[in-house]
Design a protein around this ligand. Structure first.
Ligand code: HEC
Length: 109
């Protein structure tokens, strides 16, 4: 009896953990697609214009560095400066993790 109650608690705890991780990923994906996807394309893999770089599969550190540089103005771009200004450090980390984990070499859409 006590044993089975423990089992239920353990299963419930692992389920809750899985769900919250999935929600974090979904939140990042949604933010990226809604905020950045109009120019960089779905998953950052298919930019709308030739002068807009692909982000999919780009190095994590490079994405972090670029977004911080746009935000503080050391890398000048009127467009990306405006896009990066409202991002927190946590946003930059999440977005860089999202785009660096996308497949950049295969066309997925
Ligand atoms: C209105 C169009 C537009 C939107 C929206 C946009 N970008 Fe960009 N992005 C650009 C353009 C154009 C460049 C190239 C700028 C340059 O190099 O001067 C760029 C460059 C970048 C780069 C540098 C990539 C490289 O290869 O050097 C990163 C990183 C980036 N964007 C991330 C984002 C993220 C994250 C978002 C969403 C928060 C976003 N962008 C939203 C147009 C856009």
């Amino acid at each position: 009896m006590i044993f089975s109650r423990h089992m239920i608690v353990a299963v419930a705890a692992s389920l809750a953990c899985t769900v919250s991780l999935a929600q974090v990923d979904e939140g990042i994906r949604k933010k990226a697609e809604e905020t950045c996807g109009s120019c960089h394309g779905p998953g950052g893999a298919k930019p709308a214009m030739p002068e807009t770089p692909k982000l999919a599969g780009q190095q994590y550190e490079y994405l972090i560095h670029s977004l911080k540089a746009f935000r503080d103005g050391t890398r000048e771009s009127p467009l990306m400066g405006a896009m990066a200004k409202p991002l927190s450090d946590a946003d930059i980390i999440s977005l860089s993790r999202y785009y660096s984990s996308q497949s950049g070499l295969r066309t997925r859409y």
